[in-house]
Design a binder for this molecule. Structure first.
Ligand code: 13P
Length: 249
């Protein structure tokens, strides 16, 4: 059985003033049957890890460099994230693919570095609205999966997040059938590449405008093992509604 995972991605939001939200999150007592993860900005990673440890909530990074160290001003290595308390790192988010021109090759190299340093890589894939309207969704996702996921992946060190770009921060959500079609496709691709054992053990998250009001129905879709949540993870009250929905899924 795959453990369910609710992951919050704070993106470039949060300073020390957000510690109150962390405090509120630390008061949640999520079921030990599910995993909860918060990925704050790197500046808050250590403090968030300390605040959330007693609640059993993990922390993770939002990106890492592919190399271990060196002359890369502004970048953070996987080892540094691990050292700051991270257990996971989000890689290949569409905002990084767009804002920083990250290719599938670059994402795969980062994922290798993350896995080599004992982090679980949450690799993001997703189509644009134009690609969906041109009926290219599965081709795009298939290409991103084969290009971004390293050969060394297992059910422990890899999570895949399906985040349609047009659903991120827009309030638009695909139909449950559309989510199910993509998640079933991702599962089939993973099983074909890694074999049934590994392919079935990798957790698949849906991301894009997940809220307490739509979480339960999304969690009811086949091969949806949890969510990667942006805006609604910024408020402990909203994130906790999503966690509650996952606990009863
Ligand atoms: P929203 O939940 O704000 O749509 O963001 C989704 C996302 O990009 C999570 O990584």
């Amino acid at each position: 059985m795959r453990r369910k995972l609710a992951a919050g991605n704070w993106k470039m939001n949060g300073t020390g003033a957000a510690l109150g939200e962390l405090q509120a999150l630390s008061q949640l007592h999520p079921s030990p049957r599910i995993d909860i993860l918060l990925c704050p900005p790197a500046t808050l990673l250590h403090r968030a890890g300390q605040a959330l440890e007693s609640a059993g909530i993990s922390v993770g990074g939002q990106d890492c460099h592919a190399q271990a160290s060196g002359a890369h001003t502004g970048d953070i290595s996987a080892e540094m994230l691990k050292d700051a308390g991270a257990e996971y790192v989000i890689l290949g988010h569409s905002e990084r693919r767009q804002d920083h021109g990250e290719s599938d090759d670059a994402v795969r190299a980062k994922a290798r570095a993350a896995m080599d340093n004992g982090l679980t890589a949450i690799i993001c894939v997703g189509e644009s609205l134009e690609q969906r309207e041109a009926a290219n969704t599965l081709d795009i996702i298939g290409g991103q999966l084969s290009g971004s996921i390293p050969d060394q992946s297992t059910g422990e060190n890899l999570v895949v997040a399906y985040e349609p770009i047009w659903a991120i921060g827009t309030g638009k959500v695909p139909t449950l059938d559309q989510i199910g079609d993509v998640h079933d496709f991702i599962r089939a691709r993973l099983e074909r590449r890694f074999g049934e054992g590994v392919g079935r053990s990798v957790r698949l998250l849906y991301g894009g405008s997940v809220k307490p009001s739509n979480a339960a129905e999304i969690f009811g879709v086949s091969n949806v093992d949890g969510a990667l949540v942006g805006g609604a993870s910024l408020k402990a009250a909203d994130f906790s509604g999503i966690i509650t929905a996952l606990e009863s899924a």
